[in-house]
Design a protein around this ligand. Structure first.
Ligand SMILES: [Zn+2]
Length: 270
């Protein structure tokens, strides 16, 4: 009897939590409450920043650039969502943009808009528009709830027949590792999960839009990804590619998305 009611709970939770993304049109299973993820993100973000070297604010040109690009990208997202009447989807978002001193080629965005760019990414982005493409990609993973989908699958495996809340309460360490893995953080834990092909295409696709709407030339995405692929042939492949894999036809896909992105592009005057 208990087993039946728990199964019914999971099935009904899955049913309730399946929502269609208005932009991509894809149905997504998101079992975790967004507020719960945002509160985990706040804690994990603070912890990450306290354990890593944050590159100082206005005195540093690179940190200033990360801040500027982040603000422009997220304003473009907010304006677009407002124009569609979707602002409630960004509820609780309090954007933060930090540059962290690390040789790793990486960047990520946690739920609620907590962004980190690693200094090791900058020799590959090389210019502000390419950085905007990467940040647009990361922001898309967050606002589309890709990490929630990844965690939902993981929690179901972790909890087996248990209800989600029980899994979260009884296995805090596993849940935390799952969280960090789902958002591309936490290499030291060895839990880097690659985003799926579907997630990568969505992040590439709409990341280009945000870059274009923020006034950055989306064409910079092509040479950026070529440089990233080139770097993957080196001795230490970019960490970024282990969480954001290229399936070989990334450039081809980007070229398909480009005309629409270019139609949104209004260059900023600098
Ligand atoms: Zn990605």
């Amino acid at each position: 009897m208990l087993r039946i009611s728990v199964s019914v709970f999971i099935i009904s939770a899955a049913f309730i939590a399946c929502a269609k993304n208005p932009m991509s049109g894809r149905s997504q299973m998101k079992l975790l409450p967004e507020s719960e993820l945002q509160s985990m993100a706040t804690t994990q973000y603070q912890q990450f920043l306290s354990q890593n070297k944050v590159v100082g604010g206005f005195s540093n040109r690179d940190a200033e650039m990360v801040n500027r690009v982040g603000q422009r990208i997220t304003r473009a997202v907010e304006d677009y969502y407002a124009s569609k009447g979707w602002s409630n989807k960004l509820k609780g978002y309090q954007w933060e943009y930090k540059l962290v001193d690390s040789k790793d080629v990486n960047a990520w965005c946690m739920p609620g808009g907590k962004i980190v760019v690693y200094t090791g990414l900058l020799p590959i982005t090389q210019n502000e528009a390419a950085l905007a493409v990467v940040m647009g990609h990361e922001v898309t993973h967050a606002i589309f709830g890709h990490g929630n989908e990844r965690m939902s699958q993981g929690v179901l495996q972790l909890g087996g027949q248990l209800a989600l809340s029980v899994a979260l309460a009884n296995k805090p360490q596993e849940t935390q590792n799952l969280f960090l893995g789902a958002y591309g953080v936490g290499t030291s834990l060895g839990v880097l999960l690659p985003f799926s092909r579907t997630h990568e295409y969505e992040a590439d696709h709409y990341g280009l839009y945000w870059a274009a709407l923020a006034g950055y030339n989306p064409n910079e995405a092509i040479p950026l990804w070529q440089r990233m692929e080139q770097a993957s042939k080196g001795q230490k492949p970019p960490e970024f590619l282990s969480t954001h894999p290229s399936e070989g036809n990334r450039i081809e896909k980007l070229q398909q998305y480009m005309p629409e992105a270019l139609s949104l592009y209004k260059p900023i005057g600098n």
